[in-house]
Design a protein around this ligand. Structure first.
Ligand code: ADP
Ligand code: MG
Length: 650
């Protein structure tokens, strides 16, 4: 034959295996040339090295020493992608034990080699069905391997070998597991493939099978001991020129990602409980980030809304050294004298002390807890309260410690149901009868967690209800045209001088806002850190499951590699799978937390959850990143598997 018909050439091939400290030469100095269109049988005793030779010819394994060319490509100098390309387009394997994927049906098994090429899905399906029909399996397309006989499974594996139009068919003991009738049938198929122009190499220890080939190579203990042409087999000149393998190339990136997502989805459906368990960490992590962010945001929004109602000209003075530095020994630092003293300053528009008490309000058999504040007339102006009826205290009420009370709308409604007019009516608080002289309401959103409130002159509260209550706060409004910050400085100077020490602190609205922003920022940070840790734990869980999954599916990886998948394809598949697990976990987590938000808003008004986009987007992105990060190690392990070793593991 002409030298350009050389298809496969092996030159001084050695293959050594090392187990422990021992190195064994399994193939010894093998040189061999196979021409296009030949049908070759390789025979030899068990353990003589036939499969090892076959794996090297099929580019599943590499020789330790020596060089090999397939279609003039030197496998020693080719990249792993070029080798995978050879396997994908030119070589079809038929194994003794079929090596089908158990969770895919016949049609899907046949189509696998095309997943790694650019063949469109519709054509893939058509071709797989065509091949199965030609091999007499048109009734069995949707059967899983366990539902097929050995002979049928072997025919599925032949169809798979032909899927990408391979011109070289390598069959390692193809009849070894079949009864003689199925074996005959299989040989018939191989003959017709040979007739159609395929180059066929069969490994067998069955002499009846070997005798059907035109050339028989005998190996013993890793060496070729005979290589003869077989006169008895009808020397057959290929009649039909084999249609060249469709050089469809590799699948484009997005198609392969889509394919990987579909495969990941199938594998998740195949292991639902395991998938859910591995997602659990991510679900909990993501839902806790999103929920706690939403609760924090809800609280921040409602507090800020309240503060903004006060305007920008109020100043609050409180005992202690700051919200974050409580000093119980300074509890009584502020006095009514301070109110009088500061009240004389030119910049004071209005000023009021605030003394508070929780007590019971009683009227006509109704009784409830209220928070009653003792304040002066200035309070209503400082706080910007809205009168629904009445108009606050008179100086006389304060001077004479009048038993009068102003109710908030919530309390008024409870004590005076059915639109009764509370004005002038008497209610009891702490056993004292008080006359209602007004209903007033704070501006802005109701803080939903406040208990009903009432205001009485501070003089009345101190004298009639509890003489011993410390002044909680002094609030003042600065006259228009005066600087709030100047006023703040002056108040501090005056109080320092009067007290002889610093036992109070002052806050403007802006500073309150800043304090709350700062507190909520550090709260968010804390939450984020905690949630980050829980996500990390979730990620480790995913990694664990992925590692188990890679180990479990080693055989599947071997099959994929043998039909032409590149290591990068395997890596991509497992990475995508990890990301799908995490993204799904993230989505479930977000949905769960939003559901919790809805349920809470039904159950309680104690707090609101305000969902904003940044944490949701962040959570999604972060969970996908976790998939990428923690999936990388298992995916790399999968991609590094050696094809023949992976195939050997079942
Ligand atoms: P055959 O297919 O002819 O029965 P093989 O090629 O499978 O034989 O094996 C030939 C020899 O190589 C056997 O002795 C086997 O134990 C050894 N062998 C095959 N694969 C490996 C391996 N991965 N590691 C170590 N020894 C191996
Ligand atoms: Mg073998």
């Amino acid at each position: 034959m002409a030298s350009n018909d050389v298809l496969i050439e092996l030159k001084s091939i050695w293959r050594h295996f090392t187990s422990g400290t021992e190195t064994v030469a399994v193939l010894k100095n093998i040189s061999l040339t196979i021409h296009r269109g030949e049908m070759v049988a390789i025979v030899g005793a068990s353990g003589s090295g036939k499969s090892t030779l076959m794996n090297i010819i099929g580019c599943l394994d590499m020789p330790t020493i020596g060089e090999m060319w397939v279609k003039s490509i030197s496998t020693r100098h080719a990249s792993s992608d070029e080798i995978a390309q050879l396997r994908s387009q030119n070589i079809g394997f038929i194994f003794q034990r079929y090596h089908l994927m158990p969770y895919l049906n016949a049609r899907e098994n046949v189509a696998i080699p095309a997943l790694y090429t650019a063949m469109p899905a519709a054509e893939r399906q058509k071709r797989a069905e065509y091949l199965l029909t030609r091999l007499g399996l048109q009734q069995r397309m949707n059967y899983k391997p366990v539902q097929l006989s050995g002979g049928q499974q072997q025919r599925v594996s032949i169809a798979r070998a032909l899927m990408n139009g391979a011109e070289i068919i390598l069959a390692d003991e193809p009849t070894g597991a079949l009864d003689s009738a199925s074996g005959q049938e299989l040989m018939g198929i191989l003959h017709s493939l040979h007739e159609a122009g395929h180059t066929i190499i069969i490994v067998t220890h069955d002499h009846d099978v070997a005798n059907q080939a035109q050339r028989i190579i005998e190996i013993s203990d890793g060496e070729i001991i005979a290589d003869r042409s077989n006169e008895r087999a009808a020397s057959l000149i290929p009649q039909v020129a084999l249609p060249a393998a469709q050089a469809t190339g590799r699948s484009p990136f997005w198609q392969s990602i889509q394919e990987a997502i579909r495969m990941a989805w199938r594998s998740l459906l195949g292991h639902r409980v395991r998938a859910f368990l591995s997602m659990l960490g991510i679900i909990i992590g993501i839902s806790s980030v999103v929920s706690s962010m939403a609760v924090g945001e809800g609280a921040r929004q409602s507090i800020l809304a309240e503060i903004s109602q006060l305007g920008t000209s109020t100043l609050e003075i409180r005992p202690g050294l700051g919200w974050d530095k409580p000093r119980p020994d300074f509890e009584r630092a502020l006095s009514l004298d301070d109110v009088t003293m500061i009240g004389q300053a030119a910049y004071v528009d209005s000023i009021s002390p605030e003394v508070g008490k929780f007590t019971r309000a009683i009227r006509g058999g109704k009784e409830l807890m209220v928070s009653v504040s003792g304040v002066s007339n200035g309070y209503f102006r400082v706080q910007g309260l809205n009168f629904r009826s009445g108009n606050g205290f008179t100086q006389g009420d304060l001077d004479d410690r009048e038993p009068v009370v102003i109710l908030d709308p919530q309390l008024a409604k409870t004590l005076f149901p059915n639109d009764e007019d509370p004005m002038g009516e008497i209610i009891q608080m702490s056993g004292i009868p008080l006359r209602v002289i007004g209903v007033a309401e704070k501006k802005g959103p109701k803080s939903s967690n406040s208990i009903p409130g009432a205001w009485i002159p501070y003089t009345s509260l101190l004298v009639r209800m509890s003489g011993d209550t410390p002044v909680e706060a002094i609030s003042l409004r600065v006259r228009d045209g005066y600087s709030l910050l100047e006023a703040q400085k002056d108040v501090e100077i005056r109080l320092d001088r009067a007290h002889g020490r610093r036992d109070f602190f002052t806050l403007t609205n802006d500073q309150m806002t800043q304090t709350i922003q700062k507190a909520s920022a550090s709260m968010s940070l804390l939450i984020t850190v905690i949630a980050g840790i829980s996500l990390l734990v979730g990620g480790v869980g995913v990694m664990n499951i992925m590692l188990v999954s890679v180990t479990e599916r080693t055989h599947e990886i071997g099959i994929r590699l043998s039909v032409g998948a590149r290591p990068i394809d395997i890596m991509r598949q497992f990475l995508v799978e990890a990301m799908v697990v995490c993204a799904l976990g993230g989505a479930i987590g977000i949905a769960g937390s939003m559901l919790a938000g809805v349920i809470f808003s039904w159950l309680t008004t104690e707090f609101t959850m305000a969902f904003t986009w940044p944490p949701v987007v962040l959570a999604c992105g972060f969970s996908a990143l976790i998939g990428l990060g923690f999936g990388f190690f298992p995916a790399r392990n999968a991609a590094r598997l050696h094809p023949t070793e992976a195939l050997a593991r079942e």
